[in-house]
Design a protein around this ligand. Structure first.
Ligand code: SAM
Length: 482
């Protein structure tokens, strides 16, 4: 029997099954308690403070009450406040990135993933450094500046040295005006020493999805391989932070277990990081299980509909207001549009989930990890974002300027975003328009830049941003940032 302790470094104590069950019982008992629900909603609302805004966030118990509540007007309120929080801390910017699959060799037995060891008919592939270069050039030619590298777990085929070499290769490719300026890493749980090496290689966020917080299900869904070790996987972010990585990204693979359980676990994980390391997760991703080679999502009983999914995203937004939220191309255009309204701050675009997929003319399926729902080009996604009132941002300034961990969070809280992130977004959008956009996208984009420049409060910042944008238009000078 484990006791709940958010400060403990033991998985079963900070993600405590008894505490989650009590939370769910409390949420169920209070799901119609309008007085309590109103008080929780009020607590979640952003309040003005000096030039910025402050948000109290919610505890896992409070957020779970909201998630359990089925009263339509209260759900509408949640969506409204989620949007308010997003506007207060992230504005209307949406950061874009793409995944880059390096290798699908894997020794694990994850039941939901087609890369599992027993899948003998999927083609196995690992990129050579020349192939990494070619993929990066293809991504740069689309306009991408930020990647998330993905690999199966295989100490022989994909050792840490291979991952580090790939990161080095990626940062080393400068094709035309292209550059990858931030490499986020989504690889299996590893040692403090390896996290230290990743940090030294200059990675952005270390991302690791918990898949499920429910230990028993976790053990069943990961029957073989190193990933079977629930504690080692769940405690990975603590090791990453010990290794010096202070931007970490959490996520649950929705569909595997009961979503209310997962949600409470996810918020408890965020609370744990804050309690132990003084900084919560940099991002939270919300993937749902998708169809894939030899994987049928109906094998799992806990699939969630789009409305519930939207509500989960909104409740995350309310609970951890300073954490970025990511939705991938696993979701359709329609679902992504809805989620953008309740707090998502990053989306992937033009993703290919196969190893070597970007250099192929046609979308290949033979080494693919899962079906991509949103198959639009990056130009289409960029245009769509602007048409729906968002500024597509290719900004990577924060971590390059050392604004990671709590330094990023304090920028977020200080209200300086309009003088910093906002102009950075506009300058990177200008680069995109000049170097990669279609005429139609350019037209909408330049108009948006003109309008949005006027929203920069500090005159001096506005002047510098305008000057830099002119330089981008008239020369090959790039990579301006505040
Ligand atoms: N091997 C690493 C690990 O174990 O964390 C890297 C992650 S894997 C390339 C990226 C993520 O894809 C996994 O963490 C999992 O949540 C997700 N994934 C796997 N199979 C999926 C499926 N069928 N549908 C949607 N997402 C899936």
């Amino acid at each position: 029997m484990y006791n709940y302790d958010p400060k403990s470094l033991k998985a079963e104590e900070f993600i405590n099954d008894a505490e989650i069950r009590e939370t769910l019982a409390y949420a169920e008992a209070n799901k119609n308690n309008v007085k309590l629900i109103d008080a929780i909603l009020e607590k979640a609302r952003p309040v003005k403070q000096g030039s910025g805004c402050k948000c109290a966030g919610l505890t896992h118990r409070e957020a779970s009450v909201l998630l359990a509540c089925e009263i339509p007007e209260k759900i509408e309120k949640m969506y409204e406040i989620a949007e308010e929080i997003k506007q207060a801390f992230y504005g209307n910017r949406i950061v874009l990135f793409a995944p880059l699959y390096l290798s699908n060799y894997c020794v694990n037995g994850c039941l939901y993933c087609p890369y599992h060891l027993k899948n003998k008919h999927i083609a196995r592939r690992k990129l050579t450094q020349d192939e990494v270069r070619a993929e990066v050039i293809a991504l740069q030619d689309m306009g991408h500046k930020r990647l998330a590298i993905e690999a199966g777990e295989d100490p022989v085929n994909n050792p840490i040295e291979y991952i580090l070499e790939c990161i080095d290769t990626i940062y080393g490719v400068h094709h035309k005006n292209g550059d990858i300026r931030r490499v986020n890493v989504n690889i299996a749980a590893t040692t403090v020493e390896n996290y230290r090496r990743l940090k030294e290689a200059g990675i952005g966020t270390y991302i690791l999805f918990q898949e499920t917080y429910h230990k028993e299900s976790y053990l069943r869904l990961h029957p073989t391989g190193p990933k079977h070790d629930y504690a080692y996987h769940t405690e990975a972010m603590d090791r990453a932070m010990e290794g010096g990585i202070d931007d970490v990204g959490l996520g649950v693979l929705f569909g595997l277990e009961l979503y209310k359980y997962e949600f409470a676990g996810l918020i408890m994980h965020a609370e744990h990081l804050e309690a132990v390391h003084g900084v919560g997760p940099h991002t939270i991703s919300v993937p749902r299980v998708k169809k894939a080679d030899d994987i049928d999502p109906d094998m799992f009983d806990n699939g969630i509909d789009d409305e519930t999914f939207t509500k989960i995203a909104a409740c995350i937004r309310l609970a951890v207001p300073y954490t970025g939220m990511i939705v991938s191309t696993r979701e359709s255009e329609e679902v992504r549009r809805r989620l953008l309204q309740v707090g998502i701050s990053q989306v992937s675009g033009a993703s290919r989930t196969s190893v070597g997929g970007y250099t192929e003319e046609e979308r290949p399926h033979d080494t693919e990890q899962f079906d991509v729902s949103d198959q639009r080009t990056l130009d289409e996604v960029v245009r769509w974002l602007m048409e729906t009132g968002h500024i597509p941002s290719f900004c990577t300034a924060c971590y390059r300027a050392g604004r990671t961990g709590d330094r990023f969070m304090s920028l977020c809280k200080s209200g300086q975003i309009l003088n910093c992130c906002h102009p950075n977004a506009l300058m990177t959008l200008a680069e995109y328009l000049v170097d990669y956009a279609s005429d139609e996208t350019k037209e909408i984009g330049w108009k948006m830049i003109d309008d949005e420049l006027m929203r920069i409060p500090k005159e001096s910042v506005r002047a510098v941003a305008s000057e830099n944008i002119e330089a981008i238009k008239s020369s090959n000078r790039r990579d301006f940032r505040f």
